[in-house]
Design a protein around this ligand. Sequence first.
Ligand code: FES
Ligand SMILES: [Fe+2]
Length: 399
Amino acid sequence: MSETTSRSIGDNSKTFTYADLLRVGPGTITGKYLRRFWHPVFAAADIAQGHVKPLRILGEDLTLYRSESGTPHIVGGRCPHRGVQLSLGFVDGDDIRCAYHGWKFDAAGKCVQQPAEPRPFCDQVKIKSYPTQEYLGLIFGYFGEGAPPPLPRLADYEDDKTYACEVSGDIWPVSYFDLLENATDMAHTAFLHWHFGYQAPNNIEWRENECGMAGTFEGTGKDPVFNRSFFDMPTAVEFATRRPGHPGFFARGYRVPRDDNSAVRFNLTAFPRVAAEARDKPATGGTGDEEKAAHPVTDIAAGLLSGREDMRSLKERSGGMNYMYLTNIQDCTVLSSLGPPAQRDFAEFLGGTDLSVALMRRLWLREITAFAEGRPLKSWQRPDFMWQDVTAVHRAEAR
Ligand code: FES
Ligand SMILES: [Fe+2]
């Protein structure tokens, strides 16, 4: 099986290719399709009441603020007066005021004050605004036209008797699609992630299901109950893991496009409450957060790509590193090496172990083609409880 990256198809063509899946801006077919879903945009704990943050999502610069009563709002990225970045402004009750001349906008984007104007013309001025919801420690936004669909619930992650759920997030200079493909690529784990000591997996199976794709595989040495992965349309992956002596966990990773060349990664991880240490050290290792803060994953990846360090030196010094930190360094480095989608000039040779990659591309292309032609789309439905059997193991251990 072989497949080539094509860069020759323009946005106006009805024949879409893999290259179209990497373009997410407002006018693109994939960008329009993605705007039909809710997307997590910020970790709720990272924005306090009365504070403002810049956001970049799906190729658009936006502003996130939390009102003084605590409600998150998303509005346009620039003040329409003279174009200053609105995230420099101040929250005023439920509204946001531009830092430059003080024009004020309500949560619906309507201009409600122009303090220095002798004859205010607020009724002619409006900025974009988007619906938000806060759920499981994440702020979600809806960027499509019209009324949003209901925000999908994740009942497994709401079980706070059994689990302590944690949110982590970071930004990588990598296409969201590369991240999703990587998350379903079981063959790379034995090689790139040397620290797990896995054998190359056998019998990798991926099939389309009601929420996207379900994968099974053998040979990682993991407990079969924990040995499954899912891809949930459009931008999430879920997996469970358990190593000897550790209770394991399940997690949902969102890979939300900021633009064509970068993505924000949120991980929502359900750590069982059965073992006190499970929550603090999900992946045992010597160094954790302090090293992460001093040496961000993206800096180490940049050093490896520039040749400042090589993989052999990383391998030699990686013995005491936190498992997940090292895993992220490895993934971020190889994925960053692919470069921005618009500048890729290489072909690929997909093999049998790239089944999930080929399936994911086919499934996406089918949906965006149907979308462009106005045909019915598959309604993706995640079951309420995806990790029932993992939860059963953790509940039994808690007794
Ligand atoms: S630029 Fe925002 S009020 Fe003037
Ligand atoms: Fe990986």
